[in-house]
Design a protein around this ligand. Structure first.
Ligand code: NAD
Ligand code: MG
Length: 354
């Protein structure tokens, strides 16, 4: 088992072990001492992994109830959180009991936020089952739900007690969800040289779901995000590096109405942002980003540059008439503030150049 210690406002461990679900009960009992738990999951993950999780918890002497909600971003809502809170109250769960998130980023965000609110905060454990959740959303303490079109607008920083990661979950992931997690890993390859080296300059091994490469990437992405979170939990400085590709990425995600996965928009966002940044960025690096993105085979939606630039202005990261774009350059990664006109011109030219 590999352990990555995360030091944020409190400290917690991310435990990485192939097939960890079988040992989940024993590990959760050992680390939290909880006698009761509420396992929270979505419909798909319930069908795949709940049974094994509940068996493991039961054999460790944890009395566990289950709450299942429907898949999809539209259920990352206050309604779902309200349903979870009502269920927890009906069960009379108390402060020594725990919530367990078994699923992707949506289950993690909903569970974390519900845990932050129930009894003014109960402990929770995360068992991420998507590549995105393993490498990204399970580290950093951000929890949130959406309010209509406003994504992640209601939430809290609430750190898990433990995160249990296993790559074995990832083999049942559909290709689109795989590509989603890959997007964030490829982004990290341009922020953390170790990830670039693991990939050996190409996303090929990841596309093939090579086990050794996958495990090394998961470990290093968690370690990298851990470093940033320890230095900057509230995203006022170094943690902003993680927003590479996300300014244009989020705008495309919005204007394309979420037809593709988040990671695909991040990949497109990285390519378009590096085009807009132009000479501020190393020419070879720009070419490399384009080559990585092309190899993943993401297909761009048709988009209206005006709408994309307008969506950038509405992003919660941007204000004062400027649009923030992160320039990826390892330890020299930095924020560049661009005007609406610069972004509009850049996106328009990029589209014409295709
Ligand atoms: P998701 O949770 O919707 O999961 C995607 C789909 O895959 C779902 O249908 C799910 O049921 C299914 N699934 C999950 N695990 C599976 C498995 N092992 N095998 C087969 N199918 C499986 O999506 P996601 O990409 O994991 O997460 C996206 C969410 O994460 C977004 O809401 C985003 O805002 C959030 N997020 C949060 C943070 C954070 O720091 N808190 C960071 C990044 C993303
Ligand atoms: Mg992201």
């Amino acid at each position: 088992m590999q352990t990555v210690k995360v030091r944020a406002s409190t400290e917690y461990d991310v435990l990485i072990e192939r097939g960890i679900l079988k040992r989940a009960g024993e590990l959760i009992k050992e680390y939290t001492g909880a006698g009761r738990a509420l396992l929270i999951t979505d419909r798909t993950v319930d069908g795949l992994y709940s049974k094994a999780a509940l068996e493991s918890l039961k054999s460790a002497g944890i009395n566990c109830e289950k709450f299942v909600f429907e898949d999809g971003e539209e259920h990352k809502s206050l309604k779902t959180v309200g349903d979870i809170l009502s269920f927890a109250a009906q069960l009379s769960l108390n402060r020594s009991d725990i919530f367990i998130a078994l699923g992707g980023g949506i289950v993690g965000d909903v569970t974390g936020f519900a845990a932050s609110a129930y009894l003014r905060g109960v402990r929770f454990v995360q068992i991420p089952t998507t590549l995105l959740a393993a490498v990204d959303s399970s580290v950093g303490g951000k929890t949130a739900v959406d309010l209509g079109d406003y994504k992640n607008i209601i939430g809290a920083f609430h750190l898990p007690e433990k995160v249990l990661v296993s790559t074995h979950f990832l083999y049942t992931l559909p290709d689109r969800e795989w590509l989603c997690g890959m997007g964030e890993i490829i982004k990290t390859a341009f922020l953390d040289r170790k990830v670039y080296e693991i990939l050996d300059g190409s996303p090929e091994k990841l596309l093939e779901r090579d086990e050794a490469v996958l495990e090394a990437c998961v470990h290093e992405c968690i370690t990298y995000k851990r470093e940033l979170t320890a230095r900057d939990l509230y995203e006022s400085g170094p943690r902003k590096a993680l927003n590479v590709g996300h300014t244009i990425g989020h705008a495309l995600e919005k204007t394309d109405k979420h037809r593709r996965s988040h990671g695909e928009y991040v990949l497109m966002g990285m390519e378009i942002e590096s085009f807009i940044l132009g000479d501020r960025m190393d020419c070879e690096r720009r070419k490399e980003i384009s080559a990585f993105v092309a190899e993943t085979g993401v297909d761009y939606p048709d988009f209206n540059p005006e709408e994309v630039a307008a969506a950038c202005m509405k992003d919660k990261k941007n204000g004062g008439g400027a649009i923030s774009v992160m320039l990826p350059d390892y330890e020299n990664t930095r924020e560049v503030r661009l005007s609406f006109d610069e972004v509009l011109r850049g996106v328009t030219l990029w589209k014409l150049s295709r």
